[in-house]
Design a protein around this ligand. Structure first.
Ligand SMILES: Nc1ncnc2c1ncn2[C@@H]1O[C@H](COP(=O)(O)OP(=O)(O)OP(=O)(O)O)[C@@H](O)[C@H]1O
Length: 228
C-alpha cells in the first residue's frame, strides 16, 4: 500500500464549465520527496486541496494510509488531516497575534496523535525551530513581527511537529532569493527525513527539481489539460 493513492480523479470548481483536473493515477510512497511543477492555473493548488480533504472530487479515490478521503464524513476527513498531514502554505498562514511557539504547537492542540508523537510538545517545538535555524530568542515573539524568511521556517516547523506522514508545501520558497531557497530546502529535507515524512512540494522553480526523489508535471498528469 502506498502512503497516498489517487485514482480516476475528476474535479470541477463550482461554476466552472469544465474540470480543472482529470487524473488517472498518482501514488506517493512513504518518505518520498516529490516535486510538482506546472504552469500557473494548471491546478497544482487544487490538487493539494483535494489531498488535504478541503474539497471533494466529483469522481475518484483519494486514499491516504488506506483510508479513502472521498468516502469519509467531513469530521473524519478533518481528523485525517489533523493527524497525518502537515501543510506549508504559500503565504504561511501563521496566526500573527500568537507567539512563534504557540504557532508551532498548534497542530498538537488539534491532534492527540501528533501531540503523542511530539512527546514534550513545547520542547519539540523549540527543537524544531532551532533545527530550522531560528534564533531561540524569537520563540516568544509574535509571528506577525517576523521577516518573511523567519515566518517560512516557523511554518515549516509547524508542518513538521508530531511527525505527520505527509507534508504538503505550496510554493513555500517563492518569496526568497536563490541562496535562502536552497538553504530552506536543505533544512526541510533534513527534518522531513528525520520525521519519516513524505513531502509533496509545489514550485515553479525548476532549479530545485533535481534535488527531489521524483519530479511530476501537472500538465502531464492531467488529462483535462490534454482535452482542453
Ligand atoms: N476556490 C476556487 N474557486 C473557483 N475556481 C478556482 C478556485 N481555486 C482555483 N480555481 C481555478 O482553478 C484553476 C486552477 O487553479 P490552481 O490555483 O489550482 O492552479 P495552480 O496551478 O496552483 O496555479 P498557480 O501556479 O498560479 O498557483 C484556475 O483556473 C483557477 O481559477
Amino acid at each position: 500500500m502506498s502512503l497516498l493513492e489517487l485514482e480516476n480523479l475528476r474535479f470541477t470548481w463550482p461554476g466552472a464549465d469544465r474540470p480543472v483536473l482529470i487524473m488517472n493515477r498518482l501514488n506517493i510512497e512513504a518518505g518520498q520527496k516529490v516535486f510538482l511543477h506546472g504552469p500557473s492555473g494548471t491546478g497544482k493548488s487544487t490538487l493539494l486541496a483535494l489531498i488535504g480533504g478541503l474539497v471533494r472530487p466529483e469522481q475518484g479515490r483519494i486514499e491516504l494510509m488506506g483510508q479513502d478521503l472521498v468516502r469519509l464524513s467531513g469530521p473524519k476527513r478533518d481528523r485525517m488531516r489533523a493527524d497525518h498531514l502537515g501543510v506549508i502554505f504559500q503565504q504561511f498562514n501563521l496566526l500573527p497575534w500568537l507567539d512563534v511557539l504557540s504557532n508551532v504547537t498548534l497542530p498538537c492542540r488539534f491532534s492527540k496523535a501528533r501531540a503523542g508523537r511530539a512527546g514534550a510538545v513545547e520542547q519539540a517545538a523549540r527543537d524544531l525551530l532551532q533545527a530550522m535555524d531560528l534564533a531561540p530568542a524569537l520563540c516568544e515573539r509574535k509571528a506577525g513581527q517576523l521577516s518573511v524568511g523567519q515566518q517560512q521556517r516557523v511554518a515549516a516547523a509547524r508542518a513538521l511537529i508530531g511527525r505527520p506522514e505527509l507534508i504538503l508545501a505550496d510554493e513555500p520558497t517563492s518569496a526568497l532569493d536563490a541562496d535562502r531557497r536552497s538553504r530552506f530546502i536543505d533544512l526541510l529535507f533534513e527534518q522531513a527525513s528525520a520525521a519519516g515524512s513524505a513531502l509533496l512540494f509545489v514550485s515553479h522553480d525548476l532549479a530545485l527539481a533535481e534535488r527531489f526523489d521524483r519530479q511530476l508535471s501537472l500538465p502531464e498528469l492531467n488529462r483535462a489539460e490534454v482535452m482542453a
